[in-house]
Design a protein around this ligand. Structure first.
Ligand SMILES: [Zn+2]
Length: 291
């Protein structure tokens, strides 16, 4: 499976980077859907068949800014057997980008598979992996994690103490709320439901757009069928509404659409006709120069 790819959206360079690429059965992402419907949509024979699944981040570079969207599993990933597991930092360096050059780390949400490389160990402490970065997370997401209402994944209780608290303690977190221009080429699009503060991002440059959906969709079929709610989503009503919002924004902007859990270079455009939604894959022109 692909572990990285680079392409341009207007003047912005985009690198899709994996922190683990695996194949696994995905019934928990379609648990409220009749089996024959979702297996047909995914072109598999049985619900236990393997489906490609990525744990991905995006590195974005433009307007003299270098921005990392989500930070993978980090060292604590459960998919150590998966291709490329734990290799996000190497993949960034392979592009010729030093970790010191990253100006901002932006989180779609704070689940364990999106925050892992925020910190690294040094002399018994956890220190920020990207020493010059500011971290941006939605107000709503931080409030939820601070509310005591979160039931963390049993294997990852306390992970935020390792990978987020050290960032907060150093005063490196800046929050945002609602739809806001948070980088010169990046607008936050609130898409709550997977978590209460979950955010998607619209990249815009030179009249071109790329909608990075985060975990509002774990598979393009979740955009085609809003009401297909993964067991991993907190609020089925909100997450369904958020996916409708993504479709509306994507169609209005004629945006390319992709997500961190889609296999790398699964990029497409959404359209709607006769009240059914279509995801049409787009062949992306890759670039070799990430600058
Ligand atoms: Zn995720």
């Amino acid at each position: 499976m692909r572990l990285s790819a680079t392409f341009k959206v207007g003047e912005v360079s985009v690198a899709a980077l994996s922190d683990a690429a695996t194949e696994m059965p995905v019934p928990k992402f379609f648990n409220n859907v009749p089996v024959h419907q979702w297996t047909k949509a995914l072109s598999i024979k049985a619900p236990d068949d393997n489906v490609p699944f990525n744990f991905g981040s995006f590195l974005l570079r433009g307007n003299s800014r270098t921005v990392l969207l989500d930070t993978g599993f980090g060292e604590q990933g459960p998919y150590t057997e998966a291709e490329g597991a734990g290799g996000l930092l190497d993949r960034i360096r392979d592009l010729g980008v030093n970790l010191e050059e990253i100006d901002a780390v932006i989180h779609t949400h704070l689940h364990f598979d999106h925050v892992g490389w925020n910190t690294v160990p040094q002399e018994g402490q956890r220190i920020p992996t990207f020493p010059n970065a500011v971290w941006r997370v939605s107000d709503e997401e931080i409030a939820w994690w601070n509310s005591g209402a979160v039931q963390p994944h049993p294997d990852y209780v306390g992970i935020l103490e390792d990978v987020f608290d050290p960032i907060v303690e150093r005063g490196k977190v800046e929050t945002f709320s609602g739809e806001q221009l948070i980088e010169p080429f990046l607008t936050s699009i609130p898409t709550p439901g997977h978590t209460p503060g979950h955010t998607s991002f619209l990249l815009s440059s030179g009249g071109e757009h790329l909608l990075l959906v985060g975990d509002a969709a774990h598979h393009p079929e979740h955009l085609v069928n809003h009401e297909w709610v993964p067991a991993v989503d907190q609020d089925p009503t909100e997450t369904t509404r958020s996916r409708r919002r993504i479709v509306d924004v994507a169609i209005e902007k004629n945006a390319l659409v992709t997500g961190g859990h889609f296999p790398i270079l699964t990029v497409g455009k959404l359209s709607e006709s006769d009240s059914s939604i279509h995801f049409e894959p787009v062949n992306i022109d890759e670039t070799v120069d990430f600058s």
